[in-house]
Every structure is written in C-alpha cells, then in structure tokens.
Design a protein around this ligand. Structure first.
Ligand SMILES: NC(=O)c1ccc[n+]([C@@H]2O[C@H](COP(=O)([O-])OP(=O)(O)OC[C@H]3O[C@@H](n4cnc5c(N)ncnc54)[C@H](OP(=O)(O)O)[C@@H]3O)[C@@H](O)[C@H]2O)c1
Length: 225
C-alpha cells in the first residue's frame, strides 16, 4: 500500500511513519548502535514504500549514529522510481558531518534547520529554516508542502518519531516487530521525548492492521480521531 499524495489544497504533506523495533520496543542496540531489525520481507516493503514517497525524513541523531544513505534499492523495490525521494534531515544546529552519505549528491537532500544554525552545506543541498531554536514540525511540514512535497516517510529515530507523533501531524504509522528482545537502559526506545504520566498524556492510536511478515509482524496504526 502506498500513500496518496496530499490534495493540492492541503497545508501539509501526507505523512507516514515507519520503523522496525524489537519486541520490547527498541529501535537499536545499547547506546544506539544500529540494529538491522527488518526481516528480508520487511526490508522489501520499506524500499517499495520509499519508492512511492516524495521524501524520507530522519533526525541528525540517526545520521550521526547510522550514516544511512536513505536511497531506494531498486532490486528490493522492484525498480527505481523516476525521481529519487528527497532525503530530509532535521538538524537544528547543522551537525550533519560533511562526509555523511546523505550529503553525497546521489539524490536530492534537504537539511531542515533553524535561525541559529551557522553550518554551511554543499551547494547541492537545500536548506530550509523551520524554527528559531529547534526545527518545529508544523512549520516544517508547511514549508515542505509549499516546496511541492506531498508524501513524506518519517523513518526515525526515537526523538524525531516522538516529535511527529506528539504533534499529531501524521496519517499512518507502521511498526515492524522483530522477534528479538534487546532490553537494558541505553537502547533507544521507539519514542523518546516527553514522558507520559497517565493516559491523558499518552498518545492514543487506533490499530488498523496486523500481519505476519517473515519471522516478525507488521502493525499498522492510525491516529485516534
Ligand atoms: N529501527 C528503526 O527503524 C530505526 C530508524 C531510524 C533510526 N533508528 C535508530 O534511532 C537512533 C537515533 O535516534 P535519536 O533519537 O538519537 O535521533 P533522531 O531522532 O534521529 O535525531 C534526533 C535529533 O534530531 C534533531 N531534531 C531537530 N528537530 C527535531 C525535532 N523537532 N524533534 C526531534 N529531534 C529534532 C535534534 O538534534 P538538534 O537539536 O541538534 O537539531 C535531535 O537530537 C539510532 O540508534 C538509530 O539506529 C532506528
């Protein structure tokens, strides 16, 4: 299933969230070390999804820890899209290292930053100011929509997923659960950010689908209306 593009009249793109977690809700190993939790079936699903969107969004924490290329792998997606999705990094202070794969000019890249960022990026990289101190999700989504991006896939990590989920400005969230338990205190959870002390502060979701995918399962949630 692919996201529908946001209607031309819409003020923000259609936003899908996707991540792979251990059964105990961790996105990576101790200290944030990358864990390839997706089964081959899930990896193929993710690349098909990437091929259907206009942009893939991650935080600078993921760039610093994982150095992902955020490209579509044609052999997994069943072909390459005509236009590769734009790689978007939320980076309030300009901490994306010059050698990061997302800056390699093999696909369009946009760094969402703030008024306080001083860092300069290569000319191939577009920068968008979307906040004073920290990138603000509502402002960024509006700006991306204005630039013509109508379908976003937010892939992580914990802090960015938390901000988007807390903003309520998303349409669908798929979590692939891998049959592993990671445990401990430093492996990043699916959501970082503010803690919930009760159900009023927790984010309510609606389960929209559940399916076995390789040796794990895929759960699809919608924001509760
Ligand atoms: N399993 C999966 O599906 C998956 C997918 C992706 C990542 N990961 C894992 O996630 C971990 C990284 O997560 P993370 O929480 O450290 O980093 P992150 O969410 O990738 O990035 C967080 C950083 O983004 C910047 N940022 C800018 N605006 C923000 C906003 N509005 N909300 C939140 N962050 C904003 C902040 O840095 P500034 O204040 O400097 O801007 C913040 O520290 C890694 O271990 C990686 O392996 C797993």
């Amino acid at each position: 299933m692919a996201p529908e593009a946001a209607p031309l009249s819409s003020e923000r793109p259609v936003v899908w969230l996707n991540c792979a977690a251990s059964l105990d809700g961790r996105l990576a190993f101790a200290g944030g070390a990358r864990a390839r939790l997706s089964s081959p079936e899930d990896l193929a699903r993710v690349h098909r999804l990437r091929a259907e969107v206009d942009a893939i969004v991650v935080g600078v924490g993921t760039v610093l820890l994982d150095d992902p290329s955020l490209r579509v792998r044609g052999e997994l997606a069943g072909g390459l899209p005509r236009d590769p999705p734009t790689r978007i990094v939320l980076d309030s202070r300009g901490r994306t290292p010059p050698g990061a794969k997302v800056l390699d000019a093999t696909a369009p890249t946009l760094v969402a930053t703030t008024e306080r960022a001083r860092e300069r990026f290569p000319p191939s990289v577009r920068t968008v100011v979307a906040g004073a101190e920290r990138v603000e999700i509502p402002r960024l989504w509006a700006e991306l929509r204005r630039l013509g991006l109508r379908r976003l896939l937010v892939e992580g990590g914990s802090a960015v997923l938390a901000s988007v989920v807390r903003s309520g400005l998303f349409d669908r969230w798929t979590i692939y659960y891998a049959p592993f338990a990671i445990g401990g205190g430093t492996a990043p959870p699916v959501l970082a950010g503010p803690e919930s002390r009760n159900f009023e502060e927790a984010v309510r979701l609606q389960l929209a689908g559940l399916e076995r995918l390789g040796d794990g399962f895929l759960a699809t949630f919608l924001p509760a209306r």
